[in-house]
Design a protein around this ligand. Structure first.
Ligand code: SAM
Length: 273
């Protein structure tokens, strides 16, 4: 552990870090809460951690305190002097990248077995998650993802069939990963407070069902949930072989997408792969 750190409110004031709405900046200043978020992946001593959007560095410090080596990518160059101070407090443990997380080649930059921990900017969070969940190669470069989202997005990630939140994001998140909500975070925990509540979602890679292409599964769920109130017979009719696949699997084509399990979607995609 390092010496008692300066209150984050003072770090922000000293560096003039007025929160920018355009960059999705809602900072967490409570060190205890930040330590609880950093503990979600489990022990990180000696592990490689990737943080998107360190901002003034509160979560970054909590992660460094665990003994992890942290690589952090931040788009707002105003934050870099505050982050550079952390670099001096934890020599050799922090790698800072100034830039857009959407432009990072993660395996080339970070290697394998990486724990991703981030209080994501809301405007790019879902795009990043879908990218990290995508691709045909599995297991991925990440060993776990612990990500802050708006609560509504978190509920869509972990949703089960039959719920209003269940859709493409749930299938993409659950077909070869485990996904759970680790923590709800009240809006008053952020500066400035966002309009909605937040939650940290934790994902770990699971074995990938054999014989299924991620791209095909994506196409099936896009078609099925693109018209979620329609029967599958209608929503999948433009996809060659899809209705035959339903018949082979004894899935009634008058059902709607939200009633199919993740395994059902995987089976349909397997027959079209
Ligand atoms: N980690 C800090 C915390 O927990 O207090 C800040 C979190 S704030 C919700 C999101 C951060 O992501 C901001 O610092 C913002 O500048 C940064 N950011 C926004 N868009 C980004 C992008 N495309 N790539 C990298 N960082 C980005």
């Amino acid at each position: 552990m390092s010496d008692a750190p300066e209150p984050l409110r003072d770090v922000i004031a000293r560096h003039g870090l007025q929160a920018s709405k355009a960059l999705g900046q809602n900072f967490i200043l409570d060190r205890q809460l930040l330590a609880r978020i950093a503990a979600i992946p489990g022990p990180l001593d000696g592990a490689t951690v990737y943080e998107v959007g360190p901002g003034p560095g509160g979560l970054t410090r909590a992660l460094l305190d665990t003994g992890a080596k942290v690589t952090a990518v931040e788009r707002d160059r105003r934050c870099l002097p505050a982050l550079a101070e952390l670099d001096s407090a934890f020599p050799g443990k922090l790698t800072l990248i100034e830039g857009d997380a959407l432009a990072i080649d993660e395996p080339a930059t970070l290697g394998q077995g990486v724990h991703v921990v981030a209080n994501l900017p809301y405007n790019v969070g879902t795009a990043l998650l879908l990218r990290w969940l995508g691709g045909e190669a599995w297991p991925p470069w990440w060993a776990s993802l612990s990500l802050m989202f708006q609560r509504e997005v978190a509920e869509r990630i972990v949703a089960k069939p039959g719920s209003d939140h269940y859709g493409r994001l749930a299938v993409a998140s659950q077909w070869r990963s485990s996904a759970s909500i680790s923590m709800l975070v009240h809006r008053s925990s952020f500066v400035p407070p966002p309009k909605v509540m937040s939650a940290v979602v934790h994902l770990r890679p699971a074995p990938m069902p054999p014989g299924v292409s991620h791209a095909v599964l994506e196409k099936v769920t896009a078609a099925a949930f693109g018209q979620r109130r329609k029967m599958l017979r209608q929503s999948l009719k433009g996809m060659p072989g899809a209705l035959d696949a339903l018949a082979t699997l004894n899935i009634d084509p008058s059902r709607r997408a939200e009633t199919l399990s993740v395994e059902d979607f995987v089976e349909v995609a397997r027959r079209l792969t």
